[in-house]
Ligand binder design. Structure first.
Ligand code: RB5
Length: 149
């Protein structure tokens, strides 16, 4: 899979660990985050990740900041993005199975790298179940169509 990954200054080491983890598993990783520890603005990198996903350059996106919250708020401003913040693997897995999430966010100040790898693996190993869940995701996308200019 092609996975876009991005981060702000709080998540440099975490991004590097997750990037290496994904590459070890055979994924192609597109790094659009900062590689500097200078203070930076998460929304800038989040937009790059989301655009990689919505343009089809990447299949999925992973966004890491201090909490994952700013990244997820910014990501969900993009048409077609369904970004979830997760601190454990169960929600990450179900966000793919039930919500067809296409971006995952987490906080480098909230969880450690081993938990982050478990979350990422659970997310990537799960697939959207469709059926009744498709109807519900379609309803979400209808809200986007009606309310976002
Ligand atoms: C940066 O201090 C921090 O606010 C940012 O990484 C993120 O946690 C925002 O949601």
């Amino acid at each position: 899979m092609k996975i876009a990954i991005g981060n702000d200054h709080t998540a440099l080491d975490m991004k590097r660990e997750i990037k290496a983890h994904l590459e070890n598993k055979g994924h192609e990783v597109i790094n659009v985050g900062t590689d500097s520890s200078e203070s930076s603005d998460y929304a800038v990198y989040c937009e790059k990740i989301a655009l990689a996903v919505t343009s089809g350059k990447a299949d999925l996106g992973i966004a890491i900041c201090g909490t994952g919250i700013g990244m997820s708020i910014a990501a969900n401003k993009h048409r077609g993005i369904r970004c979830v913040v997760c601190s454990e693997p169960y929600s990450a897995m179900l966000s793919r199975r039930h919500n067809d999430s296409n971006m995952l966010a987490f906080g480098a100040r909230v969880i450690g790298p081993e938990m982050a790898k478990m979350i990422v693996d659970a997310w990537l190993d799960a697939t959207f179940e469709g059926g009744r869940h498709k109807k519900r995701v379609d309803l979400i996308m209808d809200i986007e169509r009606r309310n976002c200019v």
